[in-house]
Design a binder for this molecule. Structure first.
Ligand code: ADP
Ligand code: MG
Length: 259
């Protein structure tokens, strides 16, 4: 995995990571009267791979959406690579730092694969079209679908579309990649090709937060597992500890259902 994995694995939410890249303190988020995040604190070190699991509705998506300011939090503080998430001022900066991949791919259907990838670099980063296309093709090669560059998303399989979505996020040269159940909408035979791309990304030292219930991936790639329940992190531990000896009763119950 990463050079920092050994050190990172022993971190808990309260211990400051060496070279922290995400520092969230007492993060809260309401939807009307409902409190979806109830004081989440988390420090993630550069290069760490963090897998987030937990029951449906426990706040996993809400939390990672606050980390790139897709949803504003309404209590606590978040800093990403030293940039505070405190309103519109830093939004563009944060979105450049943090790439996100969703369950539903979210590709632009009217643009080719390559156009999907070059859109943000040319518009936001002001990269030249030629440079963006060169880099886009490199990224497509990296995710194994260079030959699909001129097709439209609907002409690709789900696994291929998700690999395009990963390449598109990487095209902005993010420091952090967030994944929200990236394989949940895929047919079983396509899950591996997406997980393999994510494993490769982890090997390069990318800081990654991944909401997934893919246990093989979590055991093999994660430095750290967070278990969410009712809007908070109730367990923050190593994969070995989590799968062999979960401490929290809700984590035990959850594991007994999915393993
Ligand atoms: P998870 O990803 O762990 O399944 P979510 O973060 O999506 O959970 O949701 C946490 C809770 O917040 C759920 O009870 C959900 O219904 C609620 N919630 C999420 N987004 C919204 C929203 N936009 N409006 C109202 N409630 C929401
Ligand atoms: Mg979710």
């Amino acid at each position: 995995m990463t050079q920092t994995s050994t050190a990172a694995a022993s971190l808990s939410t309260s211990a400051p990571a060496a070279q922290p890249i995400i520092v969230a303190r007492d993060v809260r988020k309401h939807f009307g009267a409902f409190e979806a995040l109830r004081g989440v604190s988390l420090t993630v070190g550069r290069g760490e791979v963090v897998v987030i699991i937990g029951p449906s509705g426990s706040g996993k998506s809400t939390f990672i959406r606050t980390l790139n300011a897709l949803d504003p939090h309404d209590g606590g503080t978040i800093e990403v690579d030293g940039i505070p998430l405190d309103g519109a001022r830093h939004l563009d900066e944060i979105r450049r730092e943090v790439g996100m991949v969703f369950q539903s791919f979210n590709l632009f259907p009217h643009l080719t694969v390559l156009e999907n990838i070059t859109l943000a670099p040319t518009r936001v980063r002001k990269t030249s079209k030629a440079e963006a296309e060169k880099r886009g093709l490199e990224l497509l090669r990296r995710v194994g679908i260079e030959e699909q560059a001129h097709k439209y998303p609907a002409q690709l399989s789900g696994g291929q579309q998700q690999r395009v979505a990963i390449a598109r996020a990487l095209a902005m040269d993010p420091q952090i990649m967030l994944f929200d159940e990236p394989t949940s909408a895929l047919d079983p035979e396509m899950i591996k090709e997406v997980l393999d791309v994510m494993k490769e990304l982890a090997r390069t030292g990318m800081t990654m937060l991944v909401v997934t219930h893919e246990m093989g991936f979590a055991r093999e790639v994660a430095d750290r597992i967070l278990f969410f329940d009712q809007g908070n992190i109730v367990e923050d531990t190593t994969p070995e500890q989590f799968y062999n000896n979960p401490q929290h009763e809700r984590a035990q119950a959850f594991l007994s259902k999915i393993l």
